[in-house]
Design a protein around this ligand. Structure first.
Ligand code: KIV
Ligand code: ZN
Length: 511
């Protein structure tokens, strides 16, 4: 059996389907560059038919990426395939990933199609996709609840029509490892032409088994795993890339295959995705959580000091911890700053954007002695929010918080360039800040989530705040970073309001 496991990253597509995780074109390009550095085989860059903006982001990624295949998702219909084909056109290596649901419940209730019509649409879509590229993936959505004989039939037919990768998704996260492995094994055994395609799996985490199910598929012959950084994705998320990669690498004795991932890029990728999407990583998350390599108990510390392998099966540095090398300091010049950004894959398109970012870097270097890669990523993200044509921008603020007194915030911000003043009281300084802003903006949005994380360690670190707002059924995440977490909170709130204001219309591929 082939010993190469292909990693298909869908952070920019399925990951982006997480509530509030939508990303701008530039943010997607930054993540795609990091995924390329990480060495993923396929980057699913989006769903081109969702909106012209989504197609444009895929195209920008296709123009930029050289060492990974760039893929667009497409439902099994002509319009979607044409949109996907157009978006991946500039790619050095491009793939179309077309799918249709195959379970009785999806065919009957969602598609309102007969099984024969589903097969016909799948075959037609694959044939049309092959007119754009030789690299065509077909997925049977909700394969987990699909009839085995029907799966065999549709896979037989799409392989004959030219599909080169067959993906078997557990769309609703329903399977368990023993059953999933067995399903993959039987499909490979029964489908005609199975040996001519790459078998893939795509597992959701609703029962917390996405990684275990994906690995069971690998043990039974799957040679592509679809996964996301930090396990981001619809509902409870997808299989997490870092866990899959490190499991097969650490337990080669069991899996007998490996990826081409440069594991030292895992932690930087995790931090970048978390900063851009506003989805913090839980401290006890495997591989990329802050505690993943921290030994708390005296017995463990003693053991690790005597011989690290007593309690460690992987080395922190091998997955990129401590890779956030000290970057720049107070005396670094503009050229060094620009070079460092380029090294991080960050391109600021105008001189004005570079000058503003450099001024903010100098400001940060005055407050914080050591500046790391993550600080620059956050600074540029923050600058991105402030630099575009956003409606609201923070000018200044003053917050008074004293024991026994009601916290009070005074804000100055601009609304389409017009200066506005706001004041508010709250139960704490952050509450007072949000109330002050709402007293003027009056968005009517509901605050769903507020979280603060330190970007690097130490009390002088920047705090990165995520604010999730909901308005009329739309959910957005806003982020802000600053050494003062109340200022970071105000920036995050305004960023979320700006996103609500932008009213981006897009279609969801699976609805
Ligand atoms: O979960 C799923 O089934 C998907 C498909 C589009 C592959 O995301
Ligand atoms: Zn999915």
């Amino acid at each position: 059996m082939n010993d190469r496991l292909f990693i298909f990253d869908t952070t920019l597509r399925d990951g982006e389907q997480s509530p509030g995780a939508s990303m701008t074109r530039d943010e997607k390009v930054r993540i795609a560059r990091q995924l390329e550095k990480l060495g993923v085989d396929v980057i699913e860059a989006g769903f081109a038919a969702a909106s012209p903006g989504d197609a444009e982001a895929i195209r920008a990624i296709a123009e930029t990426i050289q060492n990974s295949t760039v893929c667009s998702l497409a439902r099994a219909n002509e319009r979607d395939i044409h949109a996907a084909g157009g978006a991946i056109k500039p790619a050095k290596s491009g793939r179309i990933h077309t799918f249709i649901a195959t379970s009785p419940i999806h065919m009957e209730k969602k598609l309102r199609m007969q099984p024969d019509q589903v097969v016909e649409a799948a075959v037609k879509a694959v044939k049309l996709a092959r007119e754009y590229t030789d690299d065509v993936e077909f997925s049977a959505e909700d394969a987990v609840r699909s009839d085995m004989d029907f799966l065999v039939r549709i896979f037989d037919e799409v392989i004959a029509a030219g599909a080169t990768t067959i993906n078997v998704p557990d769309t609703v996260g329903y399977s368990i490892p023993a059953l999933w492995g067995e399903r993959i094994r039987q499909l490979i055994e029964r489908v005609r032409g199975a040996d001519k395609v790459v078998w893939s799996t795509h597992c959701h985490n609703d029962l917390g088994m996405a990684v275990a199910n994906s690995l069971a598929a690998v043990m039974n012959g799957a040679r592509q795993v679809e996964c996301t950084i930090n396990g981001l994705g619809e509902r409870a998320g997808n299989a997490s890339l870092e866990e899959i990669v490190m499991a097969v690498r650490t337990r080669k004795d069991v899996f007998h295959c490996d990826t081409r991932i440069d594991a030292t890029q895992i932690v930087p990728a995790s931090k970048l995705v978390s900063t851009i999407t506003g989805y913090p990583v839980q401290p006890n998350k495997a591989i990329v959580g802050a505690n993943a390599f921290a030994h708390e108990s005296g017995i463990h510390q003693d053991g690790v000091l005597k011989h690290r392998e007593t309690y460690e099966i992987m080395r922190a540095e091998d997955v990129g911890w401590n890779a956030n090398r000290l970057t720049l300091g107070k005396l670094s010049g503009r050229a060094a700053f620009k070079n460092k950004l380029a090294e991080l894959g960050i391109v600021l398109e105008t001189e004005e954007a570079l000058n503003t970012a450099f001024a903010r870097f100098k400001d940060l270097a005055d407050k914080k002695r050591e500046i790391f890669d993550e600080d620059l990523q956050a600074l540029v993200s923050d600058e991105g929010y402030a630099a575009g044509h956003e409606r609201f921008k923070l000018v200044s603020m003053k917050v008074c918080s004293e024991t026994g007194e009601t916290p009070h915030a005074r804000m100055v911000f601009t609304d389409d360039g017009v200066e506005k003043r706001a004041e508010g009281d709250g139960s704490g300084p952050v509450d007072a800040t949000f109330k002050a802003l709402e007293s003027v903006v009056d968005s009517g949005a509901t605050l769903l989530l507020y979280s603060v994380n330190n970007i690097t360690s130490g009390t002088d670190a920047q705090g990165e705040v995520t604010v999730r707002l909901a308005q009329d059924g739309r959910v957005v995440n806003g982020q802000g970073a600053d050494t003062d977490i109340v200022v970071a909170s105000a920036k995050a709130y305004l960023h979320a309001l700006n996103k609500l204001h932008s009213k981006r219309e897009r279609a969801h591929p699976q609805v």
